[in-house]
Design a protein around this ligand. Structure first.
Ligand code: FMN
Ligand code: SF4
Length: 432
């Protein structure tokens, strides 16, 4: 069973010095870089395209295609911005990756900048993860000292400056245009698109924005070849990815596997449900995608299959909830997050998330009315597709999917005057 896993980015995590330059090099690190520098930049882009790497930050946009949108010979500076603002509930892959293996991200960033002809790269990290920021700063300093960053990298004539930038801690700053605005020193609010960042991004210059895991996957494609990468995964979702398991599972953590692995397989690898309890609901792609149930245990976790099931692969944050969990309470908690993180720029999201929390809260506490479920769905309908950015759209699938699968539980809360679940039973310190 364990050969279902494909440790690449996580391969050296159990080494005590995995985060150092020596530790990374000992396990094959910085071998892709000279190979890439010996190629023409366009050939590097072609290799990533041929590997069919799709963005690991949520939307699954083809990475090589994104790079090829950067206009060439335009006389403008080009930038790479690595999105390391990871903060969606349940999403926990980029921070552990940067903690354990920051050099793979730096090597990927250097190769990417070479391909898109950028001489400045920024890693925009969520401000709260100070320990991770320190790791990245140390790794960047080591890379400069070893000649992987700075002027004339490995004698190739290619120059690159890398800046580790700490954000102030706002979920909206993970939205790519808000990230750029924040990086420029303004309040992190989303911008209109078009113009897209590839044309007018950071400081109004062509900019590639990619997720930490997307950029970190690049060295393995260059080192092992596009075919190696494309042979992993499913027909349209190639390669491997980190699946972060949390919640009511015996051994939570990061499991790196080919796209298309099923929850049943992941549960076998992680020791199963805690206390042998029944799976009630789960997310395949974080709180922004709709919840799924035990009828989806054998669904391949690739972009297409999860979308066909009405949810999304997102960031592969697999949050697992057993039968002790109140679905209304869980959805309320997520919705409180979206209300708190709404930047307030547009009315549907700012007002809608406020009212969704009020409705869910009174249902959870037995003060709801007969019409609350329909009212909630109506508010969701008025946010979806009408919000300025994807944060608003992300707030509604947990609610609509929960009502779809567990409408009776919502009604029960209302009819029985409150939540029928014992909150202590669903805590993680209960039993395992
Ligand atoms: C509210 C919001 C938060 C986001 N947060 C992140 C994040 O923390 N990290 C990330 O890589 N992408 C995040 N995204 C997606 C980015 O906008 C963007 O699609 C992604 O960084 C592109 O990288 P990729 O093509 O490598 O996936 C977020 C999107 C939204 C709407
Ligand atoms: S949907 Fe509107 S209010 Fe919500 S975060 Fe985006 S821009 Fe801000």
């Amino acid at each position: 069973m364990t050969d279902t896993l494909t440790p690449v980015l996580t391969a050296n995590w159990d080494q005590p010095d995995s985060f150092t330059l020596d530790g990374y090099k000992r396990t094959g690190g910085y071998q892709a870089l000279p190979k890439a520098l010996a190629m023409a930049p366009d050939d590097v882009i072609a290799a990533v395209k041929a590997g069919s790497l799709r963005g690991r930050g949520g939307a699954g946009f083809p990475t090589g295609m994104k790079w090829s949108f950067i206009p060439q010979n335009d006389g403008k500076p080009h930038y790479l911005t690595v999105n390391a603002d990871e903060s969606e509930p349940g999403t926990c892959k980029d921070v552990p990756l940067m903690m354990a293996n920051p050099h793979v991200l730096i090597e990927g960033a250097i190769i990417t900048c070479y391909a898109i002809r950028a001489s400045h790269a920024f890693i925009y990290v969520r401000g709260e993860v100070l320990h991770t920021i320190r790791r990245l700063q140390l790794a960047a300093a080591q890379a400069y000292e070893a000649g992987y960053l700075g002027k004339n990298i490995l004698g190739s004539g290619f120059d690159l400056e890398l800046i580790v930038h700490a954000g102030a801690g706002a979920y909206i700053c993970g939205e790519e245009t808000a990230l750029l605005t924040s990086l420029e020193g303004y309040r992190g609010l989303p911008r209109n698109r078009p113009p897209f960042p590839a044309v007018e991004g950071l400081y109004a210059s062509p900019t590639v924005i990619n997720n930490v895991e997307s950029i970190s996957s690049v060295p393995s494609i260059i080192a092992n070849g596009s075919d190696w990468f494309a042979d992993l995964g499913t027909e349209k979702s190639k390669g491997y990815g980190i699946f972060s398991l949390s919640g009511h599972v015996k051994t939570p953590g990061q499991y790196e596997a080919p796209l298309g692995i099923t929850l049943r397989e992941l549960l076998e690898l992680s020791g199963g449900m805690r206390g042998g309890r029944r799976l009630k609901f789960w997310t395949a792609g974080g709180s922004s995608a709709g919840i799924l149930t035990d009828e989806h245990l054998d669904m391949p976790m690739d972009f297409e299959s999860v979308a066909a099931a009405g949810s999304g692969l997102g960031t592969r944050s697999v949050q697992i909830f057993d039968e002790t969990t109140c679905v209304v309470g869980a959805v309320l908690r997520w919705t409180e997050f979206y209300q708190h993180e709404s930047c307030g720029k547009c009315t549907p999201c700012r007002e809608g998330t406020f009212w969704l929390v009020r409705l869910l809260d009174r249902l959870e506490h037995g003060q709801g009315t007969d019409g609350d479920i329909e009212k909630m769905l109506d508010v969701c309908d008025n946010i979806t597709g009408r919000a300025f950015c994807a944060l608003g759209d992300s707030a509604t699938p947990p609610i609509t999917s929960a009502v779809h699968y567990f409408r009776d539980e919502f009604i029960q809360h209302h009819k029985e005057g409150g939540c029928p679940f014992d909150p202590a039973a669903s805590t993680l310190w209960g039993d395992s």
